[in-house]
Design a protein around this ligand. Structure first.
Ligand SMILES: [Zn+2]
Length: 121
C-alpha cells in the first residue's frame, strides 16, 4: 500500500542531515557503474519533498558520464546521501539514498524495482 511518510536521514558522520517525504514501497536498485559500486537504493521525490536540514557546505558534488546527474557526497565520510537530475520529461527529481534513512529498521526496506542503468545511461 503506497503511503507517503516523512523520514529523516543523513550521511554517516552526521555532517549532512535531511528530511524527505516519500513512499518506500517504491525503492529502486540500479546497475549503472556508479550505483552498483556505491550500493545506493533510491527513492525519487519532487524537490519540494526534500529538505536539507544540515550540511550545505559539507557536500561535494560528483558528476560522471553525461554529467547531468548531480551526486551529492559528504566530504568527510564519503557517503552519498542524494542526487539530483532531470527525467526524460525534463522534470527535476531528487533521488534519495534509502540506505541513508536513520528512522527505519535497515532490513525493513528492500529494492522493489530494478533499473538497467548500465545499458541505458
Ligand atoms: Zn558525513
Amino acid at each position: 500500500m503506497a503511503e507517503v511518510e516523512t523520514h529523516t536521514g543523513g550521511c554517516h558522520c552526521g555532517d549532512v542531515v535531511f528530511e524527505v517525504d516519500t513512499d518506500l514501497s517504491m525503492v529502486m536498485e540500479c546497475n549503472c557503474t556508479h550505483c552498483f559500486r556505491t550500493g545506493v537504493w533510491l527513492t525519487f521525490v519532487e524537490p519540494s519533498a526534500f529538505r536539507l536540514l544540515k550540511g550545505e557546505d559539507a557536500i561535494q558534488e560528483y558528476l560522471f558520464n553525461t554529467r547531468k546527474i548531480r551526486h551529492f557526497i559528504c566530504k568527510t565520510c564519503g557517503v552519498e546521501t542524494h542526487g539530483e537530475g532531470a527525467g526524460p520529461d525534463g522534470k527535476v527529481n531528487i533521488a534519495v539514498n534509502v540506505r541513508c534513512l536513520t528512522d527505519i529498521e535497515p532490513f525493513s526496506v528492500a529494492p522493489t524495482m530494478r533499473y538497467d542503468g548500465l545499458h541505458t545511461i
